[in-house]
Design a protein. Structure first.
Length: 318
């Protein structure tokens, strides 16, 4: 396919390139773009519809993502960010240098920045860092008819809608109901009477590899995440769980192939305060956007300080 695309680009037959790419899965498009010149990649990417472009973008490696962001106008970057799910934006900014992070956050809506904050306050190896805050929740005691109305209003920007999570008046998770359950129930039924109350869930502080293994053990599509008081704060989807397991497998293979000298000195840049990604006080100003993000000194949901060496960016809420 790459050869055909290059021929069409040479002839400037861009409509045909767009049609050809739109027939291919996002992961396959990303593989082709990763094997092309930066100029050809940018042309092809700009030909994609916004929703497909976002799906392709998350499949690209971080170097190519950085190259594209550097080439985007602010409006192009905003179009991509607006189409991404929050957890994908979190993954993106963790791989980017500070100047890229500033641009990304300046183009994100305020509610997305708030959601990014929610995820980034957790340790990088925890379930909290893996979750997305984009899920469908329902109030306890409503009817099936009311549930369908709520799903229609909220589902458009949610990562998954098959599992819906029932919360009480204190936002504690008390049940899970599937769309299938709702479809076969009577419209006047109370969702409390059809929801599953034996819930498999994870705590925000659980080890993310342990959490990922639950997906294969219980054959899950999504897993709710609760805080120390049992309040629903997010969900983890199966695609992110698979990514974790693949990363762990790759690290194990690399560890078997490489040997390290235990007496070798560490990289001095890694032992100093955060390299060149942040200023001396851990803050980077976002300029006209009026925002900032910090590294280190994070706190967990109940305020316990976390290891400042475990550095992740926090996008300040506006």
């Amino acid at each position: 396919m790459k050869k055909r695309i290059m021929e069409l680009l040479e002839l400037k037959r861009y409509t045909e390139v767009r049609s050809l790419l739109c027939e291919v899965e996002p992961a396959d498009i990303a593989a082709v773009l990763g094997d092309m010149s930066e100029r050809a990649t940018l042309i092809c990417f700009r030909l994609l519809p916004n929703d497909l472009a976002a799906e392709v973008f998350v499949e690209l490696d971080s170097d190519l993502q950085s190259a594209l962001i550097a080439s985007f106008s602010d409006s192009e970057l905003k179009e991509v960010i607006d189409e991404l799910y929050v957890d994908d934006v979190v993954d993106l900014i963790e791989e980017m240098p500070a100047n890229m992070v500033r641009r990304i956050l300046s183009q994100a809506e305020s509610d997305m920045r708030a959601s990014i904050n929610e995820i980034l306050k957790y340790p990088s190896d925890s379930a909290g860092s893996l979750m997305t805050t984009e899920f469908v929740s329902l109030h306890s005691g409503i009817t099936v008819s009311d549930a369908f109305s709520a799903i229609r209003r909220r589902a458009i920007d949610k990562e998954t809608v098959y599992n819906c999570y029932v919360r009480d008046e204190k936002s504690r998770l008390i049940g899970v109901v599937t769309v299938k359950d709702l479809l076969i129930a009577d419209l006047d039924d109370d969702i409390n009477s059809i929801m599953e109350t034996n819930i498999i869930c994870a705590a925000t502080t659980d080890d993310r590899e342990t959490v990922a293994l639950k997906f294969s053990h219980y054959d899950l599509l999504a897993l709710p995440v609760v805080d120390s008081e049992g309040r629903l704060v997010g969900i983890i989807t199966v695609d992110d769980a698979i990514d974790v397991l693949e990363e762990e497998a790759t690290e194990e293979e690399t560890g078997e192939e490489e040997t390290e000298d235990p007496d070798a000195p560490g990289d001095p840049e890694e032992t100093e305060a955060g390299g060149d990604k942040t200023s001396a006080d851990g803050t980077v100003d976002l300029g006209s956007a009026g925002d900032s993000y910090t590294a280190g000194g994070r706190a967990d949901p109940v305020g316990t300080p976390l290891d400042p060496e475990n550095r992740r960016f926090l996008a300040a809420e506006t």
